[in-house]
Design a protein around this ligand. Structure first.
Ligand code: ZN
Length: 837
């Protein structure tokens, strides 16, 4: 702050001292004008609390704490009268949507929800939010009283406090006495992993639908209490870009209504007018499409709101000020002022359309309830699927207030799309299967989540283009063009395992879903000794598949409470246990056989740091920490030279570049370690002539001269199409599995992977196992360029090779992408716990 400003500011402060005593502006509360510094999150909390304590127009609603213990909070702004009746107003809105029964009584108000800073290092958002809040409650705009009388305005000043503080703390440590606008300066070059992500290095703006992260789960709970009519998610992008606001770019998902499109134009008009007045540059419609359902614009849109992404140029490269490519200085103050302006443009637009927002919102849900939506009107999940995967998908449906039930008997419907086979079949739903119909308030979301092949209007989307839930969960399921009515409730029942009078010789549990992995993890953590069956067997009249877990009394004879530990763990996870009183099998290998393999509890290390894709590391870390509860050691690439890798049995390489650590990693494998290389991490081995993959790859490269010649003659004007033809934006591929290999145990003969890696790997020959492969018909849904589609045919998806006295396991694509790809969680566990044991 310059001195002259400071004097001026103090004069102003004293002139308004009466007002300042109660409700303070961000400047008077924080001690600096908005944009002069980045505000640490605890100070944001202080200010928001101050504001709500000193205003009768704002209510403080904390909605939980982040992984690092920071407060997640909302402020609800409206008239005193509305806030006194908040419960009824919220209820009325849920009645209007059909989420609750009853009649609307009293006011039904439009709800505008503004969310800031979901990407932590897009840090102008939270600074803007404080100013927006102050303006609203101090009513410093002429129309404020009207807005507050006729609307609820909900503000989430910081959706990602952990990520934001990671950035802000770092910035405040690196900036000098005055900030430096030169991009070479330390303060403009944020270190790995960057504040964009939350604690577990997830991109929260890819997680709205899947809700794998704590912040998303907590936000969803409060979101469904309000169910807003307009949702704006405010972001930042590269510092050289002008401002972006709606209308969004194509593709728009087909469930998006004409009204939702129209309101995109309306809000665009309000914002452009406000920006024109200041002569600020902006653009619309070019990027940021509305397709992938897990963003802060699409997800609310599919819940009946009109959702928006706004983007200010800035982000972590911008700091307090930065020189842009046109020679201008972009300041934090500029950035937050733009966000402030578009926030009010949105509020104004919503106010102007307040009645229509309500009627169209109601219609959004009632249309689906009365008419269903899409070509396929109902989706059926076979009761033959394993219990764990069914439970997992039903949890996601519950989270979305999606209704489902049981198929009745006597169904005559026959034509269906079969998700597993990826084609049309004759199939009749069976009594007891689970049906999810689009004839319900959330019918459009049902379509979004289940539609086998969503239609892309334009292939230029910048994200995943397919996500049908039966593929995500690996479920036998069918889509029908007819509506199938629900005949009964799904009753979940679990018969608890109990101690048997005669102590069993061994316990067994089946291995076919991630819940089984969780049980294994708990038992290994309790130091129980567990084995697994390499071959199927039958014991005391029951058949057991390959991969069945076996816990013998003999192995665990020194564990006190052995029976109790295993029974309690299984009951907590609702896993049925089986027992036998003998080691002699009816069929198959006896329990003492070498075909019943001992699982040595592995010491697991995951590599992170420079060169590693942050979110690829994040999803792996979260998998062990939060989902599996199995200990891991995270090792940074900087420390690889000094770490004794031989202390670990399993080394996981998330997608990334590892060439600099070539010798450490290969030495680890050759001296008996197991390396699990995911996605781009495979390149290290495919370019090494010492691996089977490298040798196979060398053979493949030799045949590529024709294609290269072809490339030289490409046209400049075709470059976009040319690059699209070789790209994949996240599409679903069927993988054919070798069911006899432990890497595939429990997954059946086929599974599905989300393909994002455009590098294709050949089949392994010398000393390798091609456990999962892409065949001619593997392409299932989503966008994949025509050239790439050809290349992927007959290539490697999942493989393993012996290397020295250790082994290397390859996954061409992440089996657990973004933490939501349920079926792959078992495959990754096979790699960690079974393969090579
Ligand atoms: Zn962003």
């Amino acid at each position: 702050m310059k001195k002259t400003y400071l004097v001026l500011y103090l004069l102003l402060l004293s002139a308004f001292s009466l007002k300042a005593q109660s409700l303070m502006s961000p400047e008077s509360f924080l001690g600096y004008a908005p944009g002069e510094a980045f505000t640490p999150h605890h100070r944001v909390v202080d200010y928001v609390q101050h504001l709500t304590e000193n205003s009768s127009n704002a209510i403080y609603m904390p909605y939980g704490k982040t992984n690092e213990g920071r407060a997640l909070q909302l402020v609800v702004v409206s008239s005193e009268d509305n806030l006194a009746n908040l419960a009824q107003i919220k209820k009325n809105n849920l009645i209007a949507a059909g989420f609750e029964s009853g009649e609307i009584s009293g006011k039904h108000l439009p709800i505008v929800w503004l969310s800031y800073n979901i990407h932590g290092n897009e840090a102008s958002g939270t600074e803007a939010a404080m100013s927006v809040l102050y303006s609203l409650v101090s009513k410093d705009k002429a129309a404020a009283t009207n807005w507050l009388n006729d609307m609820l305005i909900v503000i989430d000043p910081c959706e990602n406090p952990d990520g934001r503080d990671r950035y802000v703390n770092w910035y405040n440590q690196t900036v000098g006495k005055t900030n430096n606008v030169n991009t070479d300066a330390w303060e403009h070059n944020e270190p790995w992993p960057g504040g964009r992500y939350n604690h577990y290095i997830f991109d929260l703006n890819r997680d709205w639908a899947w809700q794998t992260q704590l912040e998303s789960q907590l936000r969803k709970e409060t979101y469904y209490q309000f169910l807003p009519h307009v949702h704006v998610d405010l972001h930042e992008m590269g510092a050289n870009s002008p401002y972006f606001f709606g209308p969004s770019a194509e593709p728009f998902h087909p469930v998006i209504t004409d009204w939702q499109r129209e309101f995109h134009n309306i809000i665009g008009d309000y914002n452009s007018k406000a920006f024109d007045k200041e002569n600020w540059l902006y653009f619309t419609k070019e990027v940021f499409d509305l397709f992938y359902p897990s963003y802060g614009d699409t997800w609310p849109t599919y819940q009946g709101a009109i959702g928006f992404t706004y983007e200010q140029g800035g982000g972590s490269r911008a700091g307090l000020g930065v020189i842009t490519n046109t020679g201008d200085t972009l300041t934090l103050k500029d950035r937050l002022t733009h966000h402030y302006t578009s926030s009010f443009g949105s509020i104004e637009a919503a106010y102007a359309q307040k009645d229509r927002l309500l009627t169209e919102f109601k219609k959004y849900f009632s249309d689906a309830k009365n008419n269903g939506n899409g070509t396929y009107k109902s989706f059926v999940i076979s009761k033959e699927n394993n219990e764990g995967s069914i439970k997992a998908i039903l949890q996601l449906l519950d989270n979305h207030h999606i209704q489902y039930g049981l198929v009745g008997s006597g169904s005559k419907i026959k034509n269906a799309y079969d998700y597993m086979q990826n084609n049309s079949v004759i199939h009749t739903p069976n009594a007891g299967d689970i049906v999810i119909s689009t004839y319900q308030p959330q019918g459009k979301m049902v379509r979004v989540l289940f539609e086998p092949k969503p239609v892309l209007v334009d292939s230029m989307t910048y994200d995943l283009t397919a996500w049908a839930l039966p593929h995500v969960y690996g479920l036998k399921a069918y889509a029908y063009q007819e509506n199938i009515t629900v005949a009964g409730k799904v009753n979940h029942s679990f018969t608890k395992n109990s101690q048997e009078a005669e102590k069993p010789y061994a316990y067994y549990f089946e291995w076919n879903d991630f819940t089984d992995v969780q049980l294994l993890s708990q038992l290994l953590n309790a130091d129980l000794k567990v084995r697994y069956a390499l071959e199927s067997f039958s014991s005391e009249g029951k058949n057991f598949e390959r991969g069945t877990m076996i816990i013998t009394r003999h192995d665990n004879r020194y564990i006190s409470d052995f029976d109790k530990i295993i029974i309690d763990a299984a009951n907590q996870l609702e896993q049925p246990l089986f027992t036998s009183t003998t080691g002699l099998m009816d069929q198959g290998k006896d329990l003492g056989s070498s075909y019943v393999r001992f699982i040595k509890k592995p010491s697991v290390a995951i590599i992170n740091g420079d060169g590693v894709t942050p979110t690829a590391f994040g999803e792996t870390w979260h998998y062990f920490e939060e989902e599996l509860g199995f200990p891991v050691t995270v090792i940074n690439t900087h420390d690889l030279d000094d770490v004794e890798l031989s202390n670990y049995q399993v080394l996981i390489l998330p997608s990334g570049s590892y060439y600099r650590y070539n010798s450490q990693i290969l030495d680890f494998a050759s001296s008996g370690g197991k390396v699990i290389a995911l996605e781009r991490a495979i390149n290290l081995f495919s370019s090494d002539s010492g691996t089977a993959l490298g040798q196979a790859n060398a053979g493949k490269e030799a045949n590529k001269t024709e294609e290269k010649k072809d490339n030289l003659l490409k046209k400049y004007g075709d470059q976009r199409r040319e690059s699209l033809s070789k790209s994949v934006e996240g599409s679903i591929y069927k993988v054919y599995l070798d069911e006899t290999h432990p890497l595939a145990f429990g997954a059946g003969s086929t599974t599905f992977l989300m393909k994002r890696n455009a590098t294709v790997f050949p089949y392994l020959n010398n000393g390798g196992w091609n456990v999962g492969v892409f065949k001619n018909d593997s392409y299932t849904s989503g966008f994949a360029g025509y050239k790439l589609r050809e290349k992927v045919k007959n290539s490697l998806a999942i493989g393993t090779e012996y290397y020295g006295s250790g082994d290397i396991i390859y996954f061409s694509d992440s089996p657990i992408i973004r933490g939501f790809w349920h079926s792959g969680k078992l495959l990754l566990a096979n790699a960690v716990f079974l393969s090579g044991q």
